[in-house]
Design a protein around this ligand. Structure first.
Ligand code: RTP
Length: 148
């Protein structure tokens, strides 16, 4: 089963949007397997966004992402890396369709409220960067499926 790393960014936390974002992943049928509320260091964010190190916004992005707490999560489910990105909308909220998280809840590319891994390879890297093995929980979700 695929896993992906999702984080409500500092602006999403400050705007009180954690609940709305979690609700959308739960409603879609994905399973939350790890979560924590954490203020990351700038060094941690520089490592997280290492593939963007040559972009002009890299420094500001890492500084911003470490300026307040993020709600970091690992979600599990079929094709979750791709489906989470579809649920999020485009990087620029202005290009995001209504119905998507960014299309419904934000406007500015520098305050786009949510991060989600863009490939399975990056998901594995980011999950390992943010979570230790002992931070994962095991449980059986209720499926609401009639068994008879
Ligand atoms: P994220 O990594 O945060 O999920 O976003 P993403 O994959 O959709 O976009 P990416 O290209 O990885 O960019 C990371 C974050 O950098 C900020 N950004 N600012 N032109 C700009 O000022 C600019 N471009 C990107 C956004 O907050 C983006 O989410």
């Amino acid at each position: 089963m695929e896993r992906t790393f999702i984080a409500v960014k500092p602006d999403g936390v400050q705007r009180g949007l954690c609940g709305d974002i979690i609700k959308r992943f739960e409603a879609r049928g994905f399973k939350l397997v790890a979560a924590k509320f954490i203020q990351a260091s700038e060094e941690h964010m520089k490592n997280h966004y290492l593939d963007l190190k040559d972009m002009p916004f890299y420094g500001g992005l890492c500084k911003y992402m470490s300026s307040g707490p993020v709600f970091a999560m690992v979600w599990e489910g079929q094709s979750i890396v791709k489906l989470a990105r579809m649920m999020m909308g485009e990087t620029n909220p202005a290009d995001s369709k209504p119905g998507s998280i960014r299309g419904d809840l934000c406007i500015n590319i520098g305050r786009n409220i949510i991060h989600g891994s863009d490939t399975l390879e990056n998901a594995k890297r980011e999950v390992g960067l943010w979570f230790k093995a002992e931070e994962f929980v095991t449980y059986t979700p209720c499926t609401q499926t009639f068994l008879y």
